[in-house]
Write a protein that binds this ligand. Structure first.
Ligand code: CUA
Length: 377
């Protein structure tokens, strides 16, 4: 818990790698302090030692010293390499999320942060997480560039329009920590922030069960896919549809009509929805209409979460077949999508609904692997 009655020199260390960042930072400070002392001392020493004693004398000529030059080249080289190595290690640790991290989706928007948990809970300008768990945030933004910053965790990442970025951390201390937007994003940039609540696992479970507000991202995605957007009329979950079978496609290589092969990652799935003719799958016609402007970032996240949940077997894909009824929406691409987001602007406090406790222990829980969150529009 941050004490606000005084201004701390450093924010609290509340994540597993906070000490590494601080250690690196203090190391840089120590090196700087050391050289400040040495250089300032040398200035005074030489100033006195070689002061002008007699007017217009020439100093003795010096023709170089290999030993001295080697010394002042090697030492700074070693020092700068230790800085480089320290920085590289910290960076490497921080930018490779562990595969089994608990995933939460975050969408930035002027001027708020919206988060959605895999079990369906949504929050605005708040983030509840359990202590001691590795948390991965998959993030994007509905409008301009923002930057997700939690000083106590020593972590900070841009959220970029049209892209997914990730950040991960492992909170080590229960408490309440500041969350900021750290990139100027318009009039109310300074107000774009909130709190991160790090809770004991038991408290987090309680919080989760008391805050279910509707569908999980996968369920919402299925609803969009099968009903609201009518995707299922062409993507039928078999190879007979006008569009490719999407079961098991996530994370796999896809052969395109152009002969290229791409990996169907989040970015690819997103682009295929917004710009379908950009990368046509081999054997299919470029007939899919764009959904740009019709789906929000949150809905994209839900669709991708759903597609990822389809897995490789046909049993899951079969559910998509049932929805092939509204084929008209496919050709026009006009289905408006307002997936039940109306309530999403309100903080989730009062939402009491069915309890869903998805602690990510379910290996089939696809929601642990989906995208950013959003709440609404
Ligand atoms: Cu969002 Cu600054």
């Amino acid at each position: 818990m941050q004490n606000t009655s005084w201004v701390p020199f450093f924010p609290e260390q509340a994540s597993s790698f906070a000490w590494q960042i601080d250690a690196l930072y203090f190391y840089l400070l120590a090196i700087s302090a050391f050289f400040i002392v040495v250089i300032v001392a040398a200035i005074f020493y030489f100033g006195v030692r070689y002061r002008e004693r007699e007017r217009y004398t020439n100093g003795a000529e010096i023709h170089g010293s290999i030993a001295l030059e080697t010394f002042w080249s090697i030492i700074p080289f070693i020092i700068s390499m230790t800085i480089f190595l320290g920085g590289a290690i910290v960076y490497y640790n921080q930018y490779r999320p562990p595969a089994d991290a608990m995933e939460i989706y975050v969408v930035g928007k002027q001027w708020m942060w919206k988060a959605q948990h895999g079990s369906g809970q949504r929050e605005i300008n708040e983030l509840h997480i359990p202590v001691g768990r590795q948390i991965k945030l998959t993030m994007t933004t509905e409008d301009v560039l923002h930057d997700f910053f939690i000083p106590a965790f020593r972590t900070k990442t841009d959220v970029v329009p049209g892209r997914y970025t990730t950040i991960w951390f492992e909170p080590t201390k229960p408490g309440k920590y500041r969350l900021y937007c750290a990139e100027y994003c318009g009039l109310n940039h300074s107000g774009m922030g909130g709190w991160v609540y790090v809770m004991e696992q038991r408290d987090f479970d309680n919080w989760l069960s008391g805050n279910v507000s509707g569908q999980t991202p996968v369920e919402a995605g299925r609803d969009l896919f099968e009903n609201k957007l009518g995707c299922a009329s062409c993507h039928q979950g078999n190879d007979q549809g006008r569009g490719p079978n999407l079961a098991g496609v996530a994370g796999k290589e896809v052969r395109l009509a152009s002969g290229q092969t791409v990996v169907a990652d989040d970015e690819y799935l997103r682009n295929s929805i917004l710009n379908p003719t950009g990368q046509i799958v081999e054997g299919y016609q470029p007939i899919m209409p764009t959904f740009k402007g019709q789906v929000t970032e949150e809905q994209l996240v839900q669709l991708i979460a759903y597609i990822k949940s389809l897995g490789g077997n046909t049993t899951t894909g079969a559910t998509t077949r049932t929805a092939a009824t509204n084929s008209s929406t496919m050709t026009t691409g006009s289905a408006p999508v307002n997936g039940g987001a109306a309530d999403s602007m309100t903080p989730p406090k009062a939402d009491r609904g069915s309890a869903v406790n998805n602690q990510g222990s379910n290996p089939n829980a696809p929601e642990t692997r989906s995208e950013p969150t959003n709440t609404n529009r």
